[in-house]
Ligand binder design. Structure first.
Ligand code: NAD
Length: 480
């Protein structure tokens, strides 16, 4: 029986390995992590991450050929294939701070593998890493080994949170990069055989190591660039009276462009897009390509601009101040169907409103108060570093309250900001909400999920990203 061990039981390691175990009953999969709390949660009925369909997959194979453990060294020593899916956050200090990937976790994982391995291993980069990381990892492994052979593969993950199980069941493609030597190609084949249990062969792409590593960064940069492009157009739509939904629809009908990832919003979030683009920018700079670096940097700049533009719109609409006013925030996760708040646009929007002394009341169906307080108390880029892995008492942000009820959050509020596109926000009783709010009642839709005309009929003053403005908003000071 082939034995797989995965280091890192997070948003990628957990679901990916669960699906491999489900689809490959002849493979034993053990997911290990340094976090005891995370492993305990994976072994309980309350999994550590919310992902539609995940519970069902885990229930089917946990205890059969899927195991979760903190006994890292034992499972690494026994494995034939080791996936490394640890976090690779943005560096917060030192060389490349604020841009380069922090490979501390990766490097310590590689050193540990070298120390405990007693037989040949295939080591698979599942984490998103800078180009040429495999070369560094190879050096660590081979310099520490006692005649043991390691083959490094790059197998970046393309799943999207919220649809992870669906994406893993039917991936657009699986990408495997390996050395172009006979041993390298043998390792590629071994990993290919695992995926071939359920992925059609023509969807399993093989490349050299560097192409696979770079493809992941490039794919995320392209996706984020589409969002920043449509968001840039949304600002122009508001200035001109065009409707971004109509523009995006017309643009996306062009088969060369396609309709996906063209929804204007308050800005992209998630643990990957910003981190991976910053990493790409850093790699370009290190390779003497400042023009290319600046090109990609602009994608992040537009994203930051979109978030601050939204905050400015809220404040300027409400008589240029939100000081002491209750603002209800509906949705805190970075997108619907996940409880993940990493780099969510809601953090920057809330911080912007708090900077103007608003009182914020937040409701998200999947995010706890503890998590929200943590996110708002933390500095940029700190969230994915060791401090985040330890239990930590949140220093509560006093002007923020969190509730499990949208009606409670909006009661007595001057304005509402919708920051996540949860389906349930489309069907709330907005008449009831309007009646319970201060007047004039403002509704700022950062995800374009509500029917603005219906809301106007109720009496709301509505702002929808990239849509023609209410006369009220037009009369307010211009938004930069
Ligand atoms: P995560 O923070 O949810 O999980 C990483 C886990 O690794 C943590 O539980 C941490 O405790 C553990 N860990 C750290 N060092 C370890 C070690 N030495 N040994 C064992 N465990 C260790 O992160 P994630 O979202 O799963 O992302 C993991 C990687 O995959 C990142 O490089 C990320 O960029 C990439 N990725 C993420 C997504 C996504 O949607 N989240 C998608 C594709 C790729």
């Amino acid at each position: 029986m082939v034995k797989i061990c995965c280091l890192g039981a997070g948003y990628v390691g957990g679901p990916t390995m669960a699906v491999i175990a489900l689809k490959c009953p002849d493979v034993e999969v053990c997911v290990v992590d340094i976090s005891v709390a995370r492993i305990n949660a994976w072994n309980s009925d309350q999994l550590p991450i919310y992902e539609p369909g995940l519970d069902d997959v885990v229930k089917q194979c946990r205890g059969r050929n899927l195991f979760f453990s903190n006994d890292i060294e034992k499972h690494v020593a026994e494995a034939d294939i080791i996936f490394v899916s640890v976090n690779t956050p943005t560096k917060t200090r030192g060389l490349g701070a604020g841009k380069a990937a922090d490979l501390t976790y990766w490097e310590s994982a590689a050193r540990m593998i070298a120390d405990v391995a007693k037989s040949d291993k295939i080591v698979v980069e599942k984490s998103t890493v800078p180009v040429k990381t495999a070369e560094a990892i190879e050096k660590i492994l081979t310099h520490n080994s006692k005649g043991i052979k390691f083959q490094i593969l790059s197998n970046p993950e393309f799943l999207a949170e919220g649809t992870a199980i669906e994406d893993l069941f039917m991936p657009d493609r699986v990408l495997i990069g390996g050395r172009e030597t006979p041993e390298g190609q043998k390792a590629v084949k071994a990993l290919k055989d695992v995926y071939a249990h359920w992925v059609p062969e023509d969807r399993i792409l093989t490349t050299n190591l560097w192409s696979a590593e770079l493809s992941k960064l490039a794919a995320n940069a392209f996706l984020a660039q589409r969002i920043s492009s449509v968001n840039a157009i949304s600002a122009l739509c508001e200035a001109t009276g065009a409707n971004v939904a109509e523009v995006a629809y017309a643009v996306g009908k062009d088969s060369r462009i396609g309709p996906r990832f063209l929804n204007a919003s308050v800005g992209f979030g998630g643990s990957c897009f910003q981190k991976d683009i910053l990493n790409l920018v850093y790699i370009c700079e290190c390779n003497g390509l400042p023009e290319v670096a600046n090109y990609w940097k602009q994608v992040i700049k537009i994203n930051d601009y979109q978030k601050s533009r939204f905050v400015n719109r809220v404040v300027s609409s409400m008589f240029n101040t939100v000081s002491g006013k209750k603002i209800a925030v509906l949705g805190f996760a970075f997108k619907k169907d996940t409880g993940d708040t990493r780099e969510t646009a809601a953090i920057d929007v809330c911080k912007g409103l708090l900077g103007d002394k608003a009182k914020i009341s937040i409701y998200d169906p999947q995010v706890t108060e503890d998590q929200i307080q943590r996110d708002l108390a933390m500095n940029k880029f700190d969230w994915d570093h060791p401090i985040h892995l330890q239990p930590m008492s949140p220093s509560a942000v006093k002007q923020v309250s969190v509730t499990w009820d949208a009606y409670e959050a909006t009661k007595g509020a001057h304005g509402i900001c919708i920051l996540t596109e949860w389906d349930e926000f489309k069907t709330l009783d907005y008449k009831k909400i309007y009646d319970s709010m201060q007047k004039p009642a403002f509704l700022f839709d950062g995800r374009n999920v509500i029917d603005a005309e219906k809301m106007r009929e109720i009496g709301f003053i509505v702002y929808s990203i990239g849509k023609p403005l209410d006369p009220w908003l037009k009369d307010m000071p211009a938004v930069a």
